[in-house]
Design a protein around this ligand. Structure first.
Ligand code: BES
Ligand code: ZN
Length: 664
């Protein structure tokens, strides 16, 4: 905990004190029992498939994009062998809202059963019987299918919803459990396979692999289609499969990197990323080991893309809110590129162990930033992360908090991994790694563990226990130190971590100082005379001249933490908005924090309407969900009307999350 925030939060109303105390004393003992399974990696409860019986040696995926029907027609071919000691009579795959046409084994049509009863939220299964012959050797399983308008992995945009307005646009988002609505698969991060993809489309197309140059004699699916071909040689899990097709073009952003976007935005995209991408790759390589995926490209999507970034191999998908013209959001690229090691090469075995993907990635992202800009910047980012963790835990309803504020979550009763999603795996996970780095003796001691761990598990999937075992194995001479870590509390206790981390606050101090000055001015405001003129006399735009967006974020976070409802606060926040102009920032992290401060300060209908208007322009769930949560508290009708107005613009995943949040 950073001293200034601690001070502020203990003085004022919006205190997080309840969550900073480990809850061990008050929790039922069962929550703290070791949850270690009999064998590792632990079974994935978020799939209906019988993945444990098979090795997937190779996957071939062919699609034809039927633009008029807004459907994908596909064929998937799996090369399978049985695992030792397994003799199942069937292959059971995950599907969701797919029409399945045919199944073949070794090229011969066979009977299959496409189960029509959905098991929410996991979807359906398709079952194919195995004859004895197939079950003894390597065999091919082929399924033909098409997507329907209900699939959750795809968003189809009309030309008017795109930047160039010229063509429709299609993109996928499979993490966590949506790949099953793109193709029948063992939809678990425990199964990894090389994938070869061919996509026939009238528009330029990208997918999660390296581009195979166009063949001379392309077999034509339709006269206007081009066939785009991609090779993913490194075995990947289904959630990393991705495609996008539309009016796309590309420009270089580094020696092994390109950025793709619609033509009107391409120059701005190139400018945003060209200074940092290769530097980030090189920094990551020196922390872990050389980049193994050959190319690292970025696709900047239309605004309805529901995440900041998605680490699809060879082609990170990114929100257009990163393109702010000032290169201030590139940490998202550092994050997605770090996933090339944490997540994509070394993968969580199930969404219960999601922190292994995201906690490690946040840790690496901050190490990259530290390597390039200095340790103080790494710590500055961690300070913001710690605050995000507190907020994430605070906004969880009590029932959910007990389950989803734990590092290792429990999804065994068919919980939806999308519901469990929060900053907790990111920030509690990276905090644990930062804590381990510190207790083991600092970076010099911890660093050799990083390539060891990623080398040991590359191309594999693991659980939290294998991570801990590897730590004990590598630091055998430091067992005493590792034994001091309260593992059960870190892994299973809800709430904030059991240890308060010490951050270097040098970059944050000016922000705290200015926040303190505002808070002091509010307290000293003359009763009844706390108007804007009073605050204007004390503050001006010069206060923040030369600051980075991240410093604005810390100022706003710290103020949101330390102000209470009063007439003076309302006048102060209104003045702050006028003087510093945060609502018109080019950085959505700043805009979203501005509303987090302004809405509870009761700035009134004009501010609520401005928030509603902004919510019609961003589709990134990180901003959309908190925005609606703020709005619904002050004006439910406006919140519901705003959601209805923009429902079609939001991605299906975002749409359903916001509908849940609003109780619709
Ligand atoms: N892999 C995640 C996005 C994700 C997680 C999609 C779970 C679906 C389910 C990605 O790497 C991510 O963490 N994105 C962040 C950006 C980041 C800088 C923390 C985001 O979207 O905000
Ligand atoms: Zn991530």
């Amino acid at each position: 905990m950073i001293p200034s925030l601690l001070r502020a939060s203990s003085l004022f109303k919006r205190s997080f004190a309840t969550f900073t105390t480990p809850l061990k004393a008050t929790m039922p003992a069962s929550l703290f029992e070791s949850k270690r399974p009999a064998s590792s990696p632990e079974y994935d409860p978020s799939t209906l498939s019988n993945y444990q019986h098979f090795n997937v040696l190779h996957t071939d995926l062919d699609y034809r994009v039927d633009w008029p029907k807004r459907k994908l027609f596909g064929t998937v071919v799996y090369k399978l062998t049985l695992k030792a000691n397994k003799a199942p009579e069937q292959v059971v795959l995950d599907t969701s809202f797919l029409d399945i046409h045919e199944a073949k084994i070794n090229g011969q049509s066979v009977k299959f059963n496409a189960d029509t009863e959905r098991v929410e939220p996991l979807g359906n299964t398709v079952t194919v019987d195995l004859d004895a012959a197939a079950a003894t050797a390597e065999f091919d399983l082929t399924l033909s299918f098409n997507t329907t308008d209900k699939v959750t992995a795809l968003q189809w945009l009309e030309p008017e919803q795109t930047a160039s307005k010229k063509a429709p646009y299609l993109f996928s988002q499979c993490q966590a459990i949506h790949a099953r609505s793109l193709y029948p698969c063992f939809d678990t991060p425990s199964v990894k396979t090389p994938i070869h993809t061919k996509i026939a489309s009238v528009y330029p197309t990208v997918a999660s692999g390296n581009v195979v140059p166009a063949q001379e004699s392309q077999e034509e699916y339709a006269t206007t289609d081009t066939i785009y071909e991609f090779q993913q040689e490194i075995p990947i899990p289904s959630y990393l499969f991705a495609i996008a097709s539309g009016d796309l073009t590309s420009l270089p952003i580094g020696p092994r990197s390109k950025v793709y976007s619609e033509p009107p935005n391409i120059d701005a995209c190139q400018y945003e990323f060209e200074a940092d991408t290769e530097k980030f790759l090189e920094a990551a390589e020196s922390i872990v080991f050389p980049y193994e995926w050959k190319t690292y490209n970025v696709l900047v999507l239309p605004p309805s893309f529901p995440y900041g970034g998605m680490e699809n191999p060879n082609i990170t998908f990114a929100t257009p809110t990163l393109i702010s013209g000032d290169r201030q959001n590139v940490d998202v690229i550092a994050h997605e590129l770090a996933h090339s090691w944490s997540g994509n090469l070394v993968t969580n075995c199930s969404w219960e162990h999601f922190w292994l993907n995201e906690g490690w990635t946040v840790y690496l992202e901050r190490r990259i930033i530290g390597a390039i800009h200095g340790e103080a910047h790494r710590h500055f980012s961690a300070i913001i992360g710690w605050k995000d963790l507190q907020t994430a835990i605070e906004v969880m309803s009590p029932a959910v908090r007990e389950q989803y504020s734990r590092l290792v979550v429990h999804l065994k009763e068919r919980q939806d991994p999308d519901d469990a999603f929060s900053s907790v795996p990111y920030e509690k996970g990276s905090s644990l790694l930062f804590h381990l780095e510190n207790v083991l003796g600092g970076k010099a001691v911890f660093d050799p563990f990083i390539p060891y761990y990623f080398g040991k598990f590359k191309k594999r999937s693991l659980d939290t226990y294998q991570f801990r075992d590897t730590l004990y194995e590598f630091f055998a001479d430091k067992k005493d130190i590792l034994d001091t870590v309260d593992w059960d509390t870190w892994f299973y206790a809800p709430g904030m971590p059991p240890v308060k981390l010490n951050f270097d606050t040098s970059l944050a101090d000016v922000c705290y100082k200015l926040a303190d000055k505002w808070v002091a001015a509010i307290k000293a405001a003359p009763a009844g005379g706390a108007d804007e003129a009073y605050f204007r006399g004390l503050f001006s735009a010069d206060d923040i001249a030369g600051w980075t967006s991240t410093q604005y974020v810390v100022l706003l976070d710290s103020l949101a933490d330390s102000t209470t409802e009063s007439a003076a606060t309302t006048a102060a926040v209104r003045t702050l908005g006028d003087v510093y102009q945060f609502a018109s920032s080019s950085n959505p992290e700043v805009i979203s924090r501005w509303y987090t401060l302004a809405v509870p300060a009761h700035l009134g209908p004009a501010t609520y309407q401005a928030l509603a208007d902004w919510l019609g322009t961003v589709g990134r769930m990180k901003f959309v969900r908190p925005g609606f949560r703020l709005l619904v508290k002050v004006d439910r009708d406006l919140a519901v009307a705003t959601f209805r107005k923009h429902e079609a613009f939001y991605h299906p995943i975002c749409r359903s999350m916001v509908a849940k949040d609003l109780g619709l």
